[in-house]
Design a protein around this ligand. Sequence first.
Ligand SMILES: Cc1cc2nc3c(=O)[nH]c(=O)nc-3n(C[C@H](O)[C@H](O)[C@H](O)COP(=O)(O)OP(=O)(O)OC[C@H]3O[C@@H](n4cnc5c(N)ncnc54)[C@H](O)[C@@H]3O)c2cc1C
Length: 491
Amino acid sequence: MSRQVVVLGAGNAGLCAALAAREQGAEVTVLEAAPPAEHGGNSAFTAGAMRVAYSGADELTGLMPDLTPAEIAQTDFGSYPRAAFLDDMARVTEYRCDPELTDVLVTRSMPTLQWMRGQGVRFMPSYGRQAFLVDGRFTFWGGLAVEAYGGGRGLVEALFARAARAGITVLHEHRGVGLTEEDGRVSGVLVRQGRQPSVLAADAVVLASGGFQANAEWRTRYLGPGWDLARVRGTRFNVGDGIRMALDIGAMPFGNWSGCHAVGWDRNAPPFGNLAVGDGYQKHSYPFGIMVNAAGQRFVDEGADFRNYTYARYGREILAQPGQVAWQVFDAKVAHLLRDEYRIREVSKVTAGTMEELARKMGGIDTDGFLRTVRSYNEAVTWAVPFNPNVKDGRRADLPVPKSNWACVLDTPPYTAYEVTCGITFTFGGLRITPGGAVLDVAGQAIPGLFACGELVGGLFYFNYPGGAGLTAGAVFGRIAGTSAGGSAPG
Ligand SMILES: Cc1cc2nc3c(=O)[nH]c(=O)nc-3n(C[C@H](O)[C@H](O)[C@H](O)COP(=O)(O)OP(=O)(O)OC[C@H]3O[C@@H](n4cnc5c(N)ncnc54)[C@H](O)[C@@H]3O)c2cc1C
């Protein structure tokens, strides 16, 4: 009889785990708490950007064979060596990321994306968001050249289609609530379909049900006061179930439990993500303007680094401002550089011909404080250094809160201000796994029959996160956990 594998959660990580377990010949059932219209988890809300180590354009064209010769000729992909990916993980996590897990993430990033391609996922270059057209050429920066065709939605639908063809059963509106054990090993999942409880037996269980970001009580308990006030960027179903189920049978908590990924998010966005808008409520072009609070004061270095290395921690900074609100202010010179999310219908934006008028329209801001900030910022910009959005150009504004790159005088109307609050993406704390995806107990021993992947794995991200690492981590450890759960050692 085939091995029975149950996967909890049908996001990117869970679907990769299911497909990998099926490749080992297992009978696979995926339990998904959401109804079909909301399936795909946080993964469906993404732009599909995936961080992958690559040696140069040749390796990328292998992953994206649809690229035309004209596109290749017009693009400088550079390279993103494994060492650079490792450095980025270490630097942004302040050298706390688990070295073993990080090494697996980096070294298996390209082979895993190639495997995903074999599963029917198509990739394309992240033009526009990750490369600007300067002097007729696109130059990629920040280690993030690849995204899934069709964004997160395209990614998960490709995986769902493959799962259906592979004979994997997906049970929607089936929420896992507990684990059963027999003879010292995990033997199944306690399930609720509506109020109806049942037990699904399994030889192995893979937990892939995301973090606890959609649980206001856990957010406040672990991230701290004020986090109950954050908007949730993605699915409402990631409430920490898989983590709790594992802790209940003795799993080890691991990683940055007080940390999370959180960004600047439209002030009027709904409490949870809206799949029709996807990640459009995010506002990530702040490196080209200034960000001020209700006192009219700047509070972060908007140009500290490329957006990919600062955006995931600036949500926390916004949450700490009075009223949990901030405004991003730009002038017309940089309007063409603003990401597509600034041009959606559901945007909290005001426009004016003068800064005084803008301040009045912003509402709720200290007008004098704001005008003082703009004046002192404009006076501090180093004109001598040329502006270049594709590199860290060193065009600074030396102020008590400095701006280290891309500082441009705000002098060209119309001026625009976008009102943002904090949007939480996912939590960093979770379970401890081996490089083979097995969940460890508090004594450091693998719990027989229990595996985990995706957001609920602790130890990879601390304080911050390099953009595009979440989907890659989910796919890498999903494939590994599924292979292990299917009965084989991951190759
Ligand atoms: C708006 C937004 C944009 C993002 N953009 C990017 C990006 O471009 N690149 C990137 O790398 N990352 C991005 N991320 C982060 C990325 O989404 C996550 O890191 C990744 O998708 C997590 O995958 P996962 O499979 O672990 O979780 P999910 O995709 O969230 O899947 C978890 C699934 O488990 C289900 N579930 C929860 N509890 C239960 C239960 N008890 N029983 C059964 N099922 C359950 C959920 O319904 C969900 O379907 C973004 C996130 C958001 C919200």
